[in-house]
Design a protein around this ligand. Structure first.
Ligand code: GLC
Length: 769
């Protein structure tokens, strides 16, 4: 469409380009968002930006089509190679055919437009496709042409990460994916193109430097990351605009910080949310669920939360409680509170069609549900049978939905778990043309599908915040870029199979690099029957997952820690206790996440990007920058081949000192998850407690490892937003080869009752957990 570049014009921080011939009224644009972030935009829809991921002042400005006064490129000039735009951190050259090349601050190429033709492969004729379908093959159409398409060159040593919640390994190079939120209960395999969440953001780690591309198009989009050719990758969409953000960085961390500058950072959650959560679909009654809480305590298992799945509702009607199976639900919840256990209830979007049911009636009256093009309220089927779909893209509906949470707040519930919000439907997918609202405009399911979970989570978050004033704990299954501002996530319906234990690591790492750092898997696996060994190993990963929740499906083997015999119960206790010990450290990481977007759980490549041995490392991960976890993920394995990056490391259990950039074989009997701590680290810990609120601020343990290091520690009331007005403490903790120096950098909250110093000596086994 674009031929020879003739000229450009500038409007504030935007540069528009003119091409020879007819450019069909579409003037492509480059906007300088910051020195490291560039927006590339072609307004195919004629509606300008319509970002639902970028919010706040920046989002408002972009969506209103207004340039910024305060951001400017350093220089813009027309040269032989094209229009050269310079910022402090990068150079962008826009040439003929609206080919855009990005260079780093040293002038080296970061990402070049691919100028060759696509080498399509694997295309299939219609009859051949029909034949495949007859045997039930799922045929992907990801290799087709898209109306909007961007091809970019790949370098031999590029590694690609991110893309949100996708099956398969850490490095996404050579795979193709689709962004279409999908509820798929079958065991997720590497070949799956899409899962529950759509985060069209990819990160590229290069030999030198890194960059990210956020394709802010919430329609169905596709990313072919070198599957078609090793020379290029491409992304595209049928609908919407070409609207992507190029984020340059010296490393992947800077790219994540840039991406979360745009789409928002995960806010601090309440401290208890980092505790252990127990859940199961099928806790059918008051008696049963009380029994779970009692067993927890009887077995000396710390636990902060029990989840109530759909079973608690009256005929699966949202914002109701079953009075037949629960004699007094309010009492259950308050008794749990007395035991230090919080309650989270599931809330699905589907509202049961039933005369006299207040949520349905009220929603009907206020026009809150999606409609058919003919104007009828659209009905499909989910758990309660015939159900209607709240139109969450409408701010009025979000407010209404948010207020409905009053019912749960009054019951004493502490958080909400949003499920089935792809949205799921049992009578076939929702047709494209079901009428939904997109803020102030009419839209359709086709355009709003990927935003459904995002908008539902936003409604829940805002409603909960208004009703309680506390940090809302919303868990979501479906999401879009930016949902991290409202909800934490879990990876949906995994299975109790070893391949899913293995996949948990890259899946959580990529979610973290895609902005959704507070993530977890169903520990033990949701579908299929767990084995004692698999459960023990899963608890060893769950212990370090931001969301540590044991959950499984009804009909599967019971999966509470005491269901697998004494040995596995003891292992479960050991790792839950370790989690509770690590709470202040994890809380520090959550604070770091809120400030920078860097996830708590992270792949080794985030910390040691130059190390070739970590770029594809799928079976280890880091908790923050000081702890490396190398869990066993193979059935029967009692040894683990561990890679340790540069530096000196200490075996957490034995105190053995190990020099990094090295592979070692670590013995790993069933009760051992290999853990390594960096030399000079200080790990803040709590004494073990049964729930986080127990004497929270009494004593801080400082576990010091040989060497030197300087760390930050953060503390606040763990509950509400007072910290945003300064009610927090920040400490600097220095370890000078065993000498401790603690300085208070900010004091706005009551200080700890005391410190306990634990010096870890070389070769001295761990005495605690
Ligand atoms: C979905 C959820 C699962 C839940 C079940 C019943 O499958 O993913 O976590 O237990 O629905 O509500």
């Amino acid at each position: 469409m674009y031929s020879k570049l003739i000229n450009y014009r500038m409007d504030k921080n935007r540069i528009y380009f003119q091409y020879e011939g007819d450019q069909e009224g579409k003037e492509p644009c480059i906007e300088v968002i910051s020195d490291a972030i560039i927006n590339v935009f072609i307004d195919y829809t004629g509606m300008g930006h319509c970002s639902r991921a970028i919010e706040g002042e920046l989002g408002k400005r972009l969506n209103a089509g207004i340039g910024a006064e305060d951001i400017k490129p350093e220089s813009v000039s027309l040269e032989a190679s094209g229009v050269v735009i310079k910022t402090k951190l990068m150079t962008v050259i826009v040439g003929d055919g609206f080919q855009v090349d990005f260079y780093d601050r040293f002038g080296d190429p970061l990402s070049l437009a691919y100028r060759g033709e696509r080498k399509k492969s694997g295309e299939i004729s219609l009859p051949a496709l029909e034949l495949l379908k007859k045997e039930g093959h799922a045929v992907s159409k990801v290799s087709v042409d898209y109306r909007i398409q961007e091809l970019r060159s790949l370098d031999e040593d590029d590694y690609i990460y991110g893309l949100g919640d996708k099956a398969g390994g850490l490095n996404k190079r050579c795979y193709a994916y689709e962004m279409w939120n999908s509820d798929i209960p079958d065991p997720h395999e590497d070949c799956f193109k899409s899962l529950y969440k759509s985060i069209p953001f990819m990160l590229v780690s290069k030999y030198e430097g890194a960059y990210g591309i956020f394709f802010d198009n919430h329609n169905k989009t596709c990313f072919d990351l070198g599957k078609e050719s090793e020379e290029y990758y491409w992304f595209g969409a049928e609908e919407g605009n070409l609207d992507y953000y190029f984020i340059a960085g010296d490393n992947l961390k800077e790219v994540i910080t840039g991406y979360t500058y745009l789409t928002g950072r995960p806010p601090m959650q309440q401290l208890w949310t980092l505790g252990f959560h127990q859940s199961r679909w099928g806790y059918g009654s008051e008696k049963e669920i009380r029994g779970i809480a009692e067993e927890m305590r009887k077995n000396q298992l710390p636990c902060d939360c029990i989840h109530f799945d759909i079973d608690y509702m009256d005929h699966f009607k949202v914002f109701t409680w079953n009075q037949e199976t629960y004699e007094d639900a309010r009492k259950v919840i308050s008794d749990f509170k007395d035991m230090g256990i919080k309650t989270v209830t599931i809330i699905d979007p589907g509202v049961k069609v039933e005369k006299g049911y207040n949520v349905y009636e009220e929603g009907m009256e206020q026009g809150c549900f999606a409609r058919t093009p003919e104007g009828e309220v659209y009905v499909n089927e989910v758990w309660p049978g015939d159900a209607v779909y709240p139109d969450f893209g409408d701010p009025k509906v979000r407010r209404w939905w948010g207020k409905n949470h009053q019912f749960l707040v009054d019951m004493g519930v502490d958080g909400v778990w949003n499920d089935m919000n792809e949205p799921a439907s049992f009578r076939g997918p929702l047709p494209d043309d079901v009428v939904f609202t997109d803020e102030d405009q009419e839209s359709s399911h086709k355009h709003m599908h990927n935003l459904y979970g995002h908008n539902m989570a936003k409604a829940a978050y805002e409603g909960w915040k208004e009703l309680t004033g506390k940090r809302p704990f919303v868990i979501t299954r479906a999401c879009y870029s930016g949902s991290q501002k409202y909800a934490v996530g879990w990876t949906g319906d995994n299975h109790s199979i070893w391949s899913h234990l293995r996949m948990a690591i890259p899946q959580m790492c990529n979610m973290g690099m895609s902005g959704m750092g507070f993530i977890g898997t169903d520990v033990g696996g949701f579908g299929s029957d767990c084995t004692p060994e698999l459960f023990a190993r899963w608890m060893q990963i769950g212990c370090f997952s931001p969301l540590f929740r044991n959950h499984c499906a009804q009909g599967q083997r019971m999966q509470e820690p005491w269901q697998f015999g004494e040995k596995v119960l003891a292992i479960s206790r050991k790792y839950i206790r370790l989690r509770y010990a690590l709470l202040p450290y994890i809380y520090d990481l959550m604070r770091e996440s809120e400030l920078t977007g860097i996830p708590m759980l992270r792949p080794l490549v985030l910390e040691y990007e130059k190390d070739e041995d970590v770029k594809n490392r799928n079976d280890e991960f880091m908790l923050g920058d000081r702890m490396l976890i190398a869990p066993v993920v193979e059935q029967g394995a009692r040894e683990k081949l561990v890679y340790l990056p540069e530096g000196i490391w200490y075996d957490y259990w034995t105190g053995e000192e190990i020099l990094g950039e090295n592979f070692i074989i670590r013995e790993a009997p069933l009760d051992v998850c290999p853990i390594y701590v960096k030399a000079g680290a200080v790990i803040p810990k709590y004494p073990i407690r049964m729930n986080v609120d127990e004497e929270k601020d009494d004593l801080l343990v400082l576990e010091m490892y040989p060497g030197k290091g300087c760390w930050r520690h953060y503390q606040d009331n763990g509950t509400d937003f007072a910290y945003r007005d300064g009610a927090y403490n920040e400490y600097e903790i220095k370890n000078d080869s065993g000498e401790l120096n603690v300085q208070i950098l900010h004091q706005g909250y009551k200080l700890y009752g005391g410190y306990e110093l634990r010096l870890r000596e070389k070769d001295e086994p761990m005495k605690f957990v």
